[in-house]
Design a protein around this ligand. Structure first.
Ligand code: PMP
Length: 405
């Protein structure tokens, strides 16, 4: 199906509401995307037709819920080209997925090991590895970026050594929009014997993901950034790695046998999924992935690039505006600062005009420090945004600029 943005917008009821007396212009998609009716209806349908616990069923509804729930796992596996659906582990989001991996890695790390992250890390990836290193005595090495927000690939290669036990990096920077060459970086890290995790929170919404082609060991993402519900996410891991992974949460669902004094663990994926899962969230996420896959990934990317190109062009014409992060390979994020204005003031004045952006440190405080900014204002674009909305953003910025002058 070709991209008909007007038709796509019709599927997002929230885009038609007013905010502060003005039609909403929603440009905070890197924080969370809005949900199409296909997802909202899947949630309503689940709760009105088939709500029941999974994998316990001695009855019809439980069987049906289990079928839908496991079919969703296959939908995710297909979306990211996982080799097997058991490699898809449900989490509450990217943060939990990364913590699940770090819990296992920290048990294996020792003094003398290196863990590599990048200067553009989200706190979810940075703090988790920083704390894992503190607990284990391993060394956290932070690979620098260039001033334009591009990863310093030479420094990445130089940082790798036979001591590199683990590499964690974002597919796409949430603060700057930089797309990292994760396939090349993963291959280099794997050649040193390191395990590699890709933080896919921002990568997943911008085109087909192929975890086998990337070659990483783990890929974590959140449903809410790809048109799905909040509270559901995915950790994908290679079967042979996950199969050996230390268990994470313990309790119901993840065991094989239990006595008063001992327990044995179930098979993947259950061994890493304790307790009653977020069944509705899983079904909603599958609906979101089915929804996005009706559209051509190349057309979505081209649309987002057109929005970014227009925004970049208008930004360059705006007096006193400095773009933060203009790596050659970027997706739909425009981060900027305005001379003489705090990012929070820009956000406030845009909000008064019905325009939603994000301001602040974007959960990347060390990155803001590295770039020598107090934070940025960030507009982020997706499939349902229009060139007209980009123009409205800049009309809003110019108005804010006058008010702050
Ligand atoms: N990593 C990146 C790059 C992100 O953008 C985000 C969300 N802003 C996260 C991790 C954490 O995702 P969540 O809050 O959904 O767990």
């Amino acid at each position: 199906m070709s991209l008909n943005v007007a038709d796509i917008r019709q599927q997002f009821p929230i885009l038609f509401r007013e905010v502060n007396g003005r039609p909403l212009v929603y440009l905070d998609n890197a924080a969370t995307t809005q949900k199409p009716l296909a997802v909202i209806n899947a949630l309503v349908d689940y709760y009105t037709q088939c709500n029941s616990n999974v994998h316990r069923g001695a009855h019809y509804l439980s069987d049906e819920a289990t079928r839908r729930y496991e079919a969703a796992r296959q939908t995710v596996a297909t979306y990211i080209n996982a080799g097997r659906s058991e490699e898809v582990i449900w989490t509450s989001g990217t943060t939990e997925g990364i913590n699940l991996v770090a819990n296992g890695v920290a048990q294996r790390l020792k003094a003398g090991d290196d863990v590599l992250v990048t200067e553009m890390e989200h706190h979810a990836d940075l703090v988790t590895w920083q704390q894992a290193c503190k607990r284990s005595g391993a060394t956290l090495k932070v690979v620098p970026i260039h001033d334009n927000g591009e990863l310093n690939v030479d420094a990445f290669h130089e940082s790798l050594s036979d001591n590199t036990a683990f590499v964690a990096m974002p597919h796409v920077s949430n603060a700057l929009g930089t797309v990292n060459p994760i396939k090349e970086l993963t291959a280099a890290a794997k050649s040193k014997g390191a395990l590699v995790l890709v933080d896919g929170a921002q990568g997943v919404a911008h085109g087909a993901i192929d975890v086998q082609d990337i070659g990483c060991d783990f890929y974590a993402f959140s449903g809410h950034k790809v048109f799905g519900p909040t509270g559901i996410g995915v950790l994908w891991g290679r079967f042979d790695v996950l199969n050996e992974w230390p268990v994470w949460l313990v309790g119901g669902e993840m065991i094989a046998t239990v006595s008063y004094q001992d327990a044995t663990w179930g098979e993947l994926p259950n061994r890493l999924e304790a307790g009653t899962p977020n069944i509705a969230g899983v079904i909603g996420l599958a609906a979101a992935l089915d929804w996005i896959q009706q559209y051509d990934a190349a057309e979505i990317r081209a649309h987002e690039q057109a929005l970014l190109a227009r925004a970049t062009e208008l930004a360059k014409q705006t007096e006193g505006l400095r773009i933060i992060g203009d790596a050659p390979n970027k997706i739909g994020v425009l981060s900027f600062v305005l001379e003489g204005a705090h990012p929070a003031d820009i956000g406030f004045l845009l909000d008064k005009q019905g325009i939603a952006i994000r301001t602040g440190d974007h959960c990347a405080q060390p990155l803001m420090k590295r770039l020598n900014v107090p934070g940025t204002a960030r507009a982020s674009f997706t499939i349902y945004n229009t060139l007209d909305e980009v123009d409205q953003l800049f009309a809003g910025i110019n108005k804010a600029r006058m008010m702050l002058a």
